[in-house]
Design a protein around this ligand. Structure first.
Ligand code: ADP
Ligand code: 5GP
Length: 218
C-alpha cells in the first residue's frame, strides 16, 4: 500500500449513530481502533470487538504507563485509545478510525495536526432522544445524563473539520467515504508523487525533434 496513513476522528453525542456508521465503513484501507473502557458491556457487546473492557485499576495502570494515545472520562466511565495498534496501522498506510468523545478528539488534534475530525449529529435533539431511547441500552437516568452531555458536546462542533448530519444512514456513510477519499487527494498527502513529477526530466523538444546531436547531424 503506498497511501500515507491517517487518523480519522469521529465524534458525536451518544446515540448520534457513530457505532452504526463506523460498522459500515468496512474497507481494506480502513482500520477501526478498539477503545478500552471501564464501562460495563451492554447486551450483545463483545470484549475485543466493541471495546476492550477493563477494571478501573487496569485502566489507570495503562494510563500511567503512557499506553493511551488519548483518554477521557465520559458520564462516569473511563475511555482510552490504546496507542500501539493505532501507530502500527497508520504505519501500514491505513485510515485509522477513532470513535472518541470531544475531549479525546481535542487531545488527538493537538498531537496530530494532520488528523481529520468529523462530527456526526442527528437532525435534532429530539431525534437523538428517540434513537437513544429506541436503542434500549440505557435507563432513563442515564439517557438524561447523556442528553445533557450532548448539549455541551455540540458546543465543540465548530472545532471539527467536517459535520455530517446523520439523517439517512446510507447517505451519512457515503459522506464519510467522500470526506476520507478527498483527504487522500490533498497535496500534503501526495508529497512523493509531487516530488517525482517535479523531478521528471521529460523533454518534449527531444521527443519531437531528437537530441541536439541528432538535430546538428540532420
Ligand atoms: P452511538 O454509537 O453514536 O452512541 P448508535 O450507533 O448506537 O449511536 O445509534 C443509536 C441508535 O440509533 C441505534 O439504535 C441505531 O440503530 C439508531 N440509528 C443510527 N443511525 C440512524 C439513522 N440514520 N436513522 C435512524 N436510526 C439510526
Ligand atoms: P459509549 O458508552 O456510548 O460506548 O461511549 C460513550 C462516549 O465515549 C462516546 O462519545 C464515545 O465516542 C466515547 N468513546 C469511546 N471510546 C473512546 C476513547 O477511546 N476515547 C475517548 N476519549 N472517548 C471514547
Amino acid at each position: 500500500m503506498n497511501k500515507k496513513g491517517m487518523l480519522v476522528i469521529i465524534s458525536g453525542p451518544s446515540g448520534s449513530g457513530k457505532g452504526t456508521v463506523v460498522k459500515q465503513l468496512n474497507r481494506k484501507d480502513f482500520a477501526l481502533s478498539i477503545s478500552m473502557t471501564t464501562r460495563k458491556p451492554r447486551a450483545g457487546e463483545l470484549n475485543g470487538k466493541d471495546y476492550l473492557f477493563c477494571t478501573k485499576e487496569e485502566f489507570v495502570k495503562i494510563r500511567e504507563s503512557g499506553g493511551f494515545l488519548e483518554h477521557a472520562e465520559f458520564v462516569g466511565n473511563m475511555y482510552g485509545t490504546p496507542k500501539e495498534y493505532v501507530k502500527n496501522q497508520v504505519n501500514e498506510g491505513k485510515a485509522v478510525i477513532l470513535e472518541i468523545d470531544v475531549v479525546g478528539a481535542l487531545q488527538v488534534k493537538e498531537k496530530f495536526e494532520d488528523s481529520i475530525s468529523i462530527f456526526l449529529i442527528p437532525p435534532s435533539i429530539s431525534d437523538l432522544y428517540s434513537r437513544l431511547k429506541g436503542r434500549k441500552t440505557e435507563d432513563d437516568a442515564t439517557i438524561i445524563r447523556r442528553i445533557k452531555r450532548a448539549k455541551s458536546e455540540i458546543e465543540y462542533m465548530q472545532k471539527y473539520d467536517y459535520i455530517v448530519i446523520n439523517d439517512d444512514i446510507n447517505e451519512a456513510v457515503q459522506k464519510l467515504h467522500t470526506i476520507i477519499d478527498s483527504e487522500y487527494l490533498k497535496p500534503s498527502r501526495n508529497q512523493n508523487f509531487i516530488n517525482k513529477i517535479l523531478g521528471d526530466d521529460f523533454d518534449v523538444t527531444t521527443v519531437l525533434f531528437g537530441t541536439n546531436e541528432q538535430i546538428e547531424r540532420n
